[in-house]
Design a protein around this ligand. Structure first.
Ligand SMILES: Cc1cc2nc3c(=O)[nH]c(=O)nc-3n(C[C@H](O)[C@H](O)[C@H](O)COP(=O)(O)OP(=O)(O)OC[C@H]3O[C@@H](n4cnc5c(N)ncnc54)[C@H](O)[C@@H]3O)c2cc1C
Length: 398
């Protein structure tokens, strides 16, 4: 049955739900509908991530990520406290694997200070006290405000708040077309709506293109694989990360602790051949593979990133043993025999600017005709979601 609404949000991931929530908080008498093609919430990135509440020190100080991650961390903590969602205060250490990584570690420390994030440069003895299993070369960074929660629990709690504020979340409803003032879904046909918010994750570029927005962008999906350890809960106490390669938007393979204390290795950033490429042939689309294949030459020839290095280092990570051995440089006691339980993989909705051959490093928010488009809601957009939503909603003019 066709419906009408003042605001229609395409995508019921953490970003779409946070946007609906923020809109309703400001406009309580407004009618808001959230449309998601899946029958259940948290089926894509918002339920398939590490659940790390990032602190916000990685990002260039003038970026949206820098501004919205520190705020998002605070807001998500407050939200979890309000709704009874457990947060585990793990903190995080960033370690170096050789002396050559020390300048990059210093740069992260500087960025943290510029972004207003609490950080400490520590030595090997201090590291041993904080996380006895981790190793570093001389110094490491300690981030006390990094934490972890269950990503799906946050999504469910947010959906509850949206419903309590009067929002209508329609699952099993795929948007198959949209334009200024209308959406067409596979269940309802063509519906009249006021403003459309595009929070379609891996399909955000497709939806934006319907409005003639973000034509320079194509989605380049990267798969994140995880392996859980058989260690007793609590053996690893802190998240342990390497110094990332600043030329790429990914943080490198790391060890995280889940909210229930389990150790987990991953995620990878392996190029995917279609968008919802979680394993097997589920979600396979020849059209998407063709589009991605056509997009790759612009990425492969990029001078902005170390593409050959990325492919050379990421593809072998399909091998569990290889992946686990890579993380021995962070935590030497890790053994392939201990990390054999596969985690739920996720796919990063990473945008490529095809004109510049450049992976977009920051969140991208674009206005369109009677619409707003949240593009490139990549990590740490789960952490930043409530701050991103405030930022976006403040700028919507209807
Ligand atoms: C492996 C991995 C690890 C990560 N780790 C972290 C982390 O530790 N911390 C952190 O802060 N962030 C992390 N992230 C990033 C975080 O998961 C994302 O930034 C966040 O989940 C994005 O939310 P979203 O709502 O945009 O996307 P999604 O959760 O993908 O939601 C988009 C929704 O849109 C729906 N949709 C798409 N097209 C349509 C359509 N046509 N009609 C109807 N519905 C549609 C989909 O079904 C989906 O539910 C990670 C991401 C990945 C992949």
């Amino acid at each position: 049955m066709p419906f009408t609404a003042d605001v229609a949000v395409i995508g019921g991931g953490v970003i779409g739900l946070a946007l609906a929530d923020a809109w309703l908080a400001r406009n309580p008498s407004s009618s808001v509908v959230v449309l998601d093609k899946e029958d259940k919430l948290a089926e894509h990135a918002s339920g398939r991530n590490s659940g790390v509440l990032h602190a916000g020190f990685y990002y260039a100080p003038d970026s949206l990520k820098a501004q919205l991650t520190r705020q998002g961390n605070e807001r998500l903590r407050a939200f979890c406290a309000e709704r009874g969602v457990e947060v585990r205060e793990t903190g995080k250490v960033v370690v170096t694997r050789s002396d050559s990584e020390r300048p990059a570690l210093q740069e992260l420390f500087r960025r943290g200070a510029a972004n207003g994030v609490e950080l400490e440069m520590i030595d090997e003895d201090q590291l041993r006290e904080l996380e006895p299993l981790a190793r570093t070369c001389g110094s490491a960074l300690w981030s006390p405000t990094t934490a972890v929660a269950s990503p799906a629990a946050v999504v469910m709690a947010l959906a509850d708040r949206v419903r309590e504020r009067g929002g209508d979340i329609r699952l099993g409803t795929r948007v198959i077309g949209a334009g200024p003032g209308w959406v067409t879904t596979d269940r309802d046909g063509r519906c009249s709506v006021g403003h459309i918010i595009n929070a379609a994750g891996l399909y955000a570029d497709t939806v934006a293109h319907w409005f003639g927005v973000g034509e320079e962008y194509r989605m380049l999906p990267f798969k994140g694989l995880y392996w859980y350890g058989s260690w007793e809960p609590g053996r690893l106490q802190r998240h342990v990360y390497p110094v990332p390669d600043p030329r790429n938007p990914f943080l490198g393979v790391h060890l995280t602790v889940t909210v229930d204390g389990r150790a987990k290795i991953g995620p990878t950033a392996i190029p995917s051949l279609w968008r919802e490429d979680y394993g097997g042939v589920g979600g396979f689309s020849l059209g998407e593979t063709w589009d991605i294949a056509r997009t790759y030459p612009s990425f492969l020839g990029s001078s902005h990133h170390d593409v050959p290095g990325l492919i050379r280092t990421e593809l072998p990570k399909y091998s569990r043993k290889h992946l686990v051995r890579q993380s021995q440089s962070l935590v030497p006691s890790v053994r392939p025999a201990d990390f054999t339980t596969k985690g739920r993989p996720g796919v990063r909705a990473q945008l490529l600017n095809v004109r510049e051959g450049k992976l977009e490093m920051d969140f991208v928010v674009r206005p369109g005709q009677r619409s707003t488009h949240v593009l490139n809601a990549v990590s740490p957009a789960w952490t930043s979601s409530l701050a991103v939503a405030e930022y976006v909603v403040e700028r919507i003019v209807v």
